[in-house]
Design a binder for this molecule. Structure first.
Ligand SMILES: N[C@@H](CCC(=O)N[C@@H](CS)C(=O)NCC(=O)O)C(=O)O
Length: 228
């Protein structure tokens, strides 16, 4: 098998790429990176010195590819499947890239800030940064609510890279910063993302690790069950 994905089953950015791989039935081998283990962390830094996950190794091409959006574009280019995640039409492609950036930067990142603040050493939390992250999520939710009033997926009728980014970002964000009761379009979009078979498969792989999720106490109980 040519492709190895170095990732962690709980990590939202890893989920984004797993969704892309599952959507197209792309064969790959998953290797778990444990940044808490010095050996595993050192090996990962060797692959990609900034230490972020996921990273893809393509043995056939003899190269390492990092950054989720680039990685999904690489998969489409080199290992295409039935689901075209980066649309062909230039205007839709631009829209897809914009909303991919949006979900990464204004949903996934602030969500991650809130989650990781909980596991900082005692007295070293960042309340100012957390307030900023909460405010960013509030703004992002309002924008998604408006957008999803007229769309099935983030850029229209087709599932794209932007939805790969949205699914894990909104899954965890909805736990740490719940949607407003009136945000029905956002809620329904989230439901559609969770019902997507690729996302169901990602959740099934993450489920055994939910017990170590820092906001485990805020996670709806049904996520711990097989049919979630
Ligand atoms: N911009 C990066 C973000 C990747 C990222 O932040 N991954 C998280 C896991 S969800 C990570 O590696 N965290 C470990 C760390 O920051 O030490 C991408 O799209 O690949």
């Amino acid at each position: 098998m040519s492709l190895t994905l170095y990732s962690h089953p709980l990590a939202s950015f890893c989920h984004k790429v797993l969704i892309a791989l599952y959507e197209n039935g792309t064969p790959f081998h998953a290797e778990t990176v444990n940044l808490g283990d010095p050996g595993s962390a050192a090996a990962h830094i060797e692959r990609w010195p900034v230490g972020k996950m996921p990273v893809l190794h393509d043995a056939k091409a003899g190269r390492v590819i990092a950054e989720t959006s680039i990685l999904i574009e690489y998969l489409q280019e080199k290992y295409p499947g039935p689901v075209r995640l980066l649309p062909e039409a230039p205007d839709v492609l631009l829209e897809t890239r914009l909303w991919d950036r949006f979900f990464d930067l204004y949903v996934n990142m602030p969500m991650g800030k809130i989650v990781t603040d909980r596991i900082r050493p005692q007295g070293q939390g960042d309340p100012f940064g957390i307030n900023e992250a909460q405010a960013t999520l509030t703004t992002a939710y309002a924008m998604i609510e408006e957008r999803m009033a007229t769309r099935e997926w983030a850029t229209g009728k087709d599932f794209t890279l932007a939805d790969c980014a949205a699914a894990p970002a909104l899954f965890y964000a909805s736990i740490v910063h719940p949607f407003g009761d009136s945000q029905r379009h956002l809620g329904r979009y989230h439901d559609r993302l969770l019902a997507r078979p690729s996302m169901k498969r990602v959740i099934a792989g993450a489920r055994p690790y939910f017990v170590i999720f820092p906001y485990r106490d805020a996670m709806p109980e049904h996520y711990f069950k097989d049919d979630a």
